[in-house]
Design a protein around this ligand. Structure first.
Ligand code: ADP
Ligand code: MG
Length: 237
């Protein structure tokens, strides 16, 4: 196993339903993403982007194939980890289109929730959450409620929350869809910076071609398989 690899899937298959109503959405997908790489996942609506992300996030069980996260085989024709919830909490961060912050908790409490659940000490979590929010440019919002922040600010908080458990990978499903272009670019630049500075790998679903120049790899779903292209000095090859 390559110690620089963050995600590796081999021959991944996902079908829904049985018999006549069986639909295969992903049919033998393979790719590898290295640590610190930022990948965009671009494909038409209904192509299976969310399905793929949810399998990588160990939320949705594949039909067959193999998934490795870091140096661990998490799925090989069945889950090979004892506790998939623990794996999710410890290795994976999620960012969604809507921020899904808890409305009755303030910003600090929202971002602290997961690491505290993971049993980390209150003192360490407090320090880390403050640093993260400062890093994301919302350090002054610690004691505000989500309803007091703008859409872009809440999405930055959601990114801080995804980073709060020191994940190895971040899965982002259209994280900029609800933002205007200026804010979308600023969020994507932030995600890129995170991959470089924290050695985290990110897969981001997007419909916005203008964001692709910020990504290292472009994943597409073609004929139910994954194709990977590379961004070499701004040219996608
Ligand atoms: N739980 C499910 N049961 C049956 N079909 C599903 C389920 N989830 C997704 N699908 C189907 O899988 C296909 C891919 O869906 P999805 O991954 O959400 O696509 P995308 O995110 O690219 O728009 C769609 O045809 C969708 O109807
Ligand atoms: Mg989707």
């Amino acid at each position: 196993m390559d110690k620089n690899q963050a995600i590796k899937i081999e021959n991944l298959v996902k079908s829904f339903g049985k018999g006549d109503s069986k639909v295969t959405v992903i049919d033998g997908a393979s790719f590898t993403l290295q640590k610190g790489e930022f990948a965009a996942l671009v494909a038409p609506s209904g192509a299976g982007k969310t399905t793929l992300l949810m399998m990588l996030g160990c939320v949705l069980e594949p039909t067959s194939g193999r998934i490795e996260i870091g140096d661990e085989v998490v799925y090989e024709n069945r889950w090979s980890v004892k506790d998939d919830r623990e794996l999710r909490r410890k290795k994976i961060g999620f960012i969604f289109q809507a921020h899904y912050l808890i409305p009755f908790l303030n910003i600090e409490e929202n971002v602290s929730l997961l690491p505290l659940q993971n049993g980390e000490s209150k003192k360490i979590v407090k320090k880390r959450v403050k640093e993260l929010l400062e890093y994301l440019g919302v350090g002054d919002k610690l004691h505000n409620m989500p309803s007091e922040l703008s859409g872009g600010q809440n999405q930055r908080v959601a990114i801080a929350r995804a980073l709060a458990n020191n994940p190895q990978i971040i899965l982002a499903d259209e994280p900029t869809a609800a933002l205007d272009r200026h804010r979308a670019v600023s969020v994507v630049k932030m995600l890129k910076k995170i991959t470089r500075e924290q050695n985290v790998s990110i897969i981001m679903v997007t419909h916005d071609d203008r964001l692709l120049p910020y990504c290292d790899k472009i994943l597409t779903i073609e004929e139910k398989k994954i194709k990977m292209k590379e961004n070499v000095d701004g040219v996608i090859v």
